[in-house]
Design a protein around this ligand. Sequence first.
Ligand SMILES: C[S@@+](CC[C@H](N)C(=O)[O-])C[C@H]1O[C@@H](n2cnc3c(N)ncnc32)[C@H](O)[C@@H]1O
Length: 215
Amino acid sequence: MSGASEPAGPCGPDVPSELREHPDRFRWNERYREADPDFAPHQLVTDALAAGLPAGPVLELACGRSGSALALAAAGRTVTAVDISDHALAQLGRQARRRGLDARVRRVLADLPAYPVAAGRYALVLATRYWDPDVFGSAAAAVLPGGLLGWEALAQAPGGERGPYRVAHGELGARLPATFTVLAEELYDSERHRVSRLLARRQPAAPGLGGAERG
Ligand SMILES: C[S@@+](CC[C@H](N)C(=O)[O-])C[C@H]1O[C@@H](n2cnc3c(N)ncnc32)[C@H](O)[C@@H]1O
């Protein structure tokens, strides 16, 4: 699998050669070294579980140390958690082991734009505080019929900062395929950022067209 690696040792994933010099890996490893872990799940996890999910696994993209993956695993889901920071994935792995959840949290070290996401596979695809329009498209395609896409990205302030990592509010919903219904799309001001948050459901399969994979 190009650009992806299953974490190996207790201290973190083996870093494949194509990621060793990756600037995003350096940048995010540095940030995660500086700040203490916070394993609080994201609000979108609560919202997704309350909205209802079909059977099936979960994919979290740009997961970081991810209290969300831990909470979803504790809720009985198998979670594939993908990030480019081996440091963050190592912290997630240690916390998953401490909670007896490591069998349900599969950590993948990968550069997301190069990560091959399996289509139509996941009951929930989640990404918070990350933006790449191509990855967003693959994430939507990865949702099972009847499943959910939860996404939060930094939002452009009106007349304020623009840039590749920010979305215009409303852009997430507008980029969804027509097979999705937006359940909620809202702007939030958090401590330091304005964010746009989306929860959307893919249209369920027509009756008789097969069920969801269990996970
Ligand atoms: C702002 S943090 C968000 C982390 C977590 N989702 C959260 O909400 O706390 C952005 C995350 O994206 C990851 N990331 C950045 N560039 C990436 C890339 N090219 N491939 C995979 N992950 C990447 C970083 O390592 C970091 O964990």
